[in-house]
Design a protein around this ligand. Structure first.
Ligand SMILES: Cc1cc2nc3c(=O)[nH]c(=O)nc-3n(C[C@H](O)[C@H](O)[C@H](O)COP(=O)(O)OP(=O)(O)OC[C@H]3O[C@@H](n4cnc5c(N)ncnc54)[C@H](O)[C@@H]3O)c2cc1C
Length: 507
């Protein structure tokens, strides 16, 4: 049992009534900066796991909460604009969904079978750990590698162990063991999809930590990948069923549900409130914001920073220069999601959940997701489930890897035309889309470059010396929504532990 902010015991973490704080008790003030899923989760953890009363203010610079989690309609069908699935083999995202009352809307995808778009068409993506094959027979059957590369792979089983004195890039390491074709055709498309990054720059240790751990006592990369896949990444408290889950109506519903609950707890949520600078004066944070026409000052004893790393770097420049410097060195990639709606009658039958595109293919798109084949709720809204005459097919294509920012600066019409050309060629569509939506995400995904784990350790060590400050978000423990929720929970729990307000049941 936990204790509610009003002091009354309750069975669940869901308040049924607005909880009116007891004005007679002194309250510690906390400012959470950033209203993406990290900031919302940090605030939620503070109110649900604390024994003490907090006066919490959440400051969000834009007009909307949720950051990369937002959903809107294309041709009358709701489709996520940013994140669209949640990793369900770790508990964080699924448990937050449950805590805010969306459990009944948690859904499995209809299919999660991805394809690779190679020169000679769509090929099934063979089983792998971030592109490192785990089944050589299935790999051969998928015909995604030239025979000369395929034949050399079994030799890797006899390789000697690697001693990792310095971090190494995924691309360099996989190439040294399995050859360039595995990097280009399998690893690069997956890393391009998740990080919008390049295999030759991204850290093996930071982007594939489970595989990296196996490699500490397994000589062969192929065998380490098999062990990683067999061991499974399912953690205690995770959901049974497929690796990924979605939310009926869109993952973009999650921020609103968290915010509704925060308001019940009396959290003050301010949108259109962009933080310009932060100062520590006499053990109190003074947070200067732009709001409306002018500036305002918020004050609090504690502060949680839940903004992208380049923003955190600017805010901490004079508070903690070493951490600000390291945060500023985390590169960010920009991406765009182009969602196209086609008349179902004009589209050849599609199988699978979508496809990934190797960078060497030289296409505009790096991935496409068959939204109306993947999620039942989209198929219903689009009429494909009921096979209506006016049914639509919804395809979400993503564009942009690190260093390709120019391609994203084209006008919407040009971008849509190029994306449509790629999608039409891959899938077989003769007519243009009946509707489209372009969502641009500038500086969206932190790049976990070689040395990232050490950099994060340094940032955390530097900030540990600053009283009343915690930091969280996609730059630290993984870019996926589940990992970001995990980092926010850790930050909030550290704040509670430091202030001695953690509830006995939290953890
Ligand atoms: C296109 C795309 C698709 C993705 N798909 C998936 C997916 O399917 N599954 C998955 O697990 N992950 C996915 N991700 C990754 C995941 O969505 C993000 O890593 C995660 O949502 C980041 O959350 P965050 O709260 O750390 O950051 P953000 O969502 O960026 O939130 C930060 C917030 O801080 C606010 N802010 C910034 N500066 C200030 C300031 N000065 N003052 C006040 N507020 C400020 C911003 O407006 C924003 O609301 C995807 C990412 C993108 C871009």
């Amino acid at each position: 049992m936990t204790v509610s902010p009003a002091g009354a015991p309750r069975e669940s973490t869901r308040p049924s009534l607005r909880l009116v704080p007891d004005a007679t008790q002194p309250r510690r003030r906390v400012i959470v900066i950033g209203g993406g899923i990290a900031g919302l989760t940090a605030a939620h953890t503070l109110v649900t796991e604390s024994q003490e009363l907090f006066d919490i203010t959440l400051l969000e610079g834009s007009a909307e909460l949720g950051g990369k989690l937002t959903v809107s309609e294309v041709a009358g069908v709701p489709v996520d604009e940013g994140a669209e699935s949640l990793l369900a083999v770790r508990p964080e995202a699924v448990s937050l969904v449950r805590e805010v009352g969306l459990e009944r809307d948690l859904v499995d995808p209809i299919t999660t079978k991805p394809y690779l778009w190679l020169k000679d068409g769509l090929r099934p993506m063979p089983p792998s750990v971030m592109g490192v094959p785990t089944d050589l027979r299935a790999l051969a059957a998928a015909r995604v590698l030239p025979n000369r590369s395929l034949l050399k792979l079994p030799l890797e089983y006899r390789r000697r162990a690697t001693r990792f004195e310095n971090d190494v890039s995924v691309g360099a390491f996989v190439e040294s063991r399995l050859g360039r074709d595995v990097v280009d055709n399998m690893v690069e498309p997956l890393l391009g999809g998740v990080y919008a990054g390049r295999a030759d720059a991204l850290s093996l240790e930071a982007t594939v930590p489970a595989l990296f751990r196996e490699l500490q006592d397994e000589n062969s990369l192929l065998r380490a990948a098999q062990r990683t896949a067999r061991g499974g990444s399912r953690r205690a408290g995770a959901r049974r069923g497929p690796v990924f889950a979605g939310i009926r109506g869109g993952v973009g519903r999650l921020p609103g549900a968290v915010a509704d609950e925060l308001r019940l707890y009396g959290v003050d949520i301010c949108t259109n409130t962009s933080v310009r600078s932060v100062h520590r004066v006499d053990d109190v944070w003074r947070v200067i914001v732009n709001r409306g026409e002018g500036q305002e000052v918020f004050t609090a004893e504690d502060m949680v920073l839940a903004v992208p790393p380049h923003v955190a770097s600017g805010l901490l420049a004079h508070i903690c220069p070493p951490a600000a410097n390291d945060l500023g060195l985390i590169d960010m990639s920009s991406v765009a999601v182009v969602t196209l709606a086609y008349r179902a009658a004009d589209v050849a039958p599609m199988s699978g959940s979508g496809f990934l595109v190797p960078q060497i293919a030289g296409r505009t798109i790096k991935a496409a997701n068959f939204a109306s084949s993947k999620w039942n709720w989209i198929a219903r809204a689009a009429g494909t489930r009921q096979q209506r005459d006016d049914a639509l097919v919804l395809i979400r294509a993503s564009v942009g890897r690190i260093g390709e920012e120019e391609a994203l600066e084209r006008p919407d019409r040009d971008l849509v035309s190029d994306v449509h050309a790629d999608v039409a060629a891959a899938v077989g569509i003769a007519t243009p889309p009946v509707d489209f939506r372009v969502t641009r995400w500038p500086d969206a995904l932190p790049q976990y470059a070689t040395g990232h784990v050490r950099r994060v350790d340094r940032i955390r060590a530097s900030l540990a010396g600053i009283e009343g400050l915690e930091i969280c978000g996609a730059a630290f423990d993984g870019v996926g929504v589940a990992a970001v929720i995990g980092s926010a929970r850790t930050a909030a729990r550290q704040l509670l532990a430091r202030s001695g307000a953690a509830s006995a049941t939290a953890g």
